[in-house]
Design a protein around this ligand. Structure first.
Ligand SMILES: *Cc1c(COP(=O)(O)O)cnc(C)c1O
Length: 410
């Protein structure tokens, strides 16, 4: 493929028009929307309206007049449309870590005779840490078991209360078959909890078609909700009411403004809300979700996979460095939208690209990771980034002391 070919793909790209809806700096090729999505242009005005008019003028009245109180459910219903859920099955609350803890605890309570929470070794650390915390809290009542991905399905047994997996792996981009693994969990009577951090806004997800039980996900990655944006969680309607949260706060109460002493959980998705919703974060997130809703998820996935394929092909065709190795699957059907290359100088390599305005990230111990957000990237940008990477490798452009100094966040 030549650069002209890439330009022709851009000319025919049905999503090309959405690029203008993002406020990205000139001269930057942003390959890290999988870690922190860029701001939608519309977010600036929305935040100004929320802070000046709703907060500044409406003050506390805005809980009613600006309908702040419904924001978690309203934005949740919008996210539901992106992940194959029904209205009332998704809410925005807390962080992904906290939501994982809540839903895994709830899953255990729905499977009283079973002790095992099964996950994948090498899952995103916070997922494992949250489950370890739950295990510690519950003593002998819960046991976290992690196995290699190839052994996972066979490890589901009669003691498994819940299987917890990240659909698209944060390092390798390997993608689980959502429907097949959910069915395997159900066949053994276990519940299925999906982490959609690298799926929502990236690959087409249909939770209800797969009969998934529970799901969680970040909204600051492909949903462009802003740094630390509140996360989402999904509880299939059939489990609502029975699934209790271990973090019982007033916003999960059936009638928060009755101010009763005793906790009575809301029987719907609100039962998974803990405290006061973060309105500023929700406002920014809603701008990102509204933008995402303008794109057909099937087109989003197809373009993202095509960008990833283009990048892999161009890097591998040109990069002569035998130490550079693709990590994770090559086949589009088996992967998500980021691409990871292992290289012993992965950190310095990412820094050298950053110096040219091409932003990716590094995942220890040796992964240079590049994300291909379909809404704002063009094929030509990806072509240019691949060639820049190949040139840096050919010229050992990473071999400078300043590129080896590690920052706090990689
Ligand atoms: C990004 C990510 C998280 C982050 O969780 P936070 O609570 O937002 O810090 C969790 N799990 C996975 C799989 C992720 O990729």
């Amino acid at each position: 493929m030549t650069r002209d070919d890439a330009q022709a793909l851009d000319a025919a790209d049905p999503l090309a028009g959405l690029k203008a809806a993002f406020a990205l700096p000139d001269g930057v090729i942003y390959l890290d929307g999988n870690s922190l999505g860029p701001p939608p242009v519309a977010v600036h005005e929305r935040m100004a309206d929320v802070t000046r008019r709703q907060w500044g003028e409406g003050l506390v009245r805005s809980w009613n007049t600006a309908d702040w109180i419904s924001a978690p459910l309203r934005v949740g219903d919008k996210i539901a449309r992106l992940i194959g859920a029904n209205p009332g099955e998704v809410t925005v609350a807390d962080s992904t870590t906290v939501n994982l803890f809540k839903l895994a605890a709830g899953a255990l309570s729905l499977r009283p005779g079973r002790r095992t929470i099964l996950s994948e070794a090498g899952n995103f650390p916070t997922d494992l840490y949250a489950l370890q915390g739950l295990e510690g809290l519950l003593g002998g009542r819960a046991r976290l078991k992690t196995v290699a991905p190839e052994d996972l399905v066979a490890a589901i047994d009669e003691d498994t209360a819940c299987v917890v997996l990240t659909q698209v792996h944060y390092k390798t981009a390997r993608r689980w078959d959502l429907a097949a693994v959910t069915a395997a969990a159900h066949a053994k009577g276990a519940l299925m909890l999906w982490d959609l951090c690298h799926s929502a806004g990236a690959v087409a997800v249909d939770l209800n078609a797969a009969q998934a039980d529970l799901a969680i996900g970040c909204s600051y990655k492909y949903l462009n909700g802003g740094p630390g944006a509140p996360a989402f969680l999904f509880v299939a309607e059939r489990h609502q009411g029975a699934l209790t949260s271990p973090l019982t706060g007033w916003m999960g109460h059936a009638e928060p403004f009755a101010f009763e002493d005793g906790y009575r959980p809301a029987a719907d998705i609100r039962g998974q809300i803990t405290g006061t919703p973060p309105i500023l974060g929700l406002a920014a997130l809603e701008a990102g979700v509204d933008l995402q809703l303008q794109a057909d998820p099937a087109l989003v996935e197809a373009k993202g996979l095509a960008l990833a394929e283009l990048f892999i092909a161009q890097v591998e065709a040109r990069a002569a460095d035998p130490q550079l190795k693709l990590t994770g699957p090559r086949e589009p059907g088996a992967r998500g939208l980021h691409v990871s290359f292992a290289h012993p100088e992965g950190y310095a390599l990412v820094q050298a690209m950053m110096a040219q305005g091409i932003v990716g990230d590094f995942r220890a111990p040796d992964i240079a990771r590049f994300g291909f957000s379909p809404l704002f990237l063009s094929y030509v940008q990806v072509w240019d980034a691949a060639h820049a990477l190949a040139d840096i490798l050919a010229e050992r452009g990473w071999d400078r002391p300043e590129f080896r100094t590690r920052a706090a966040v990689t």
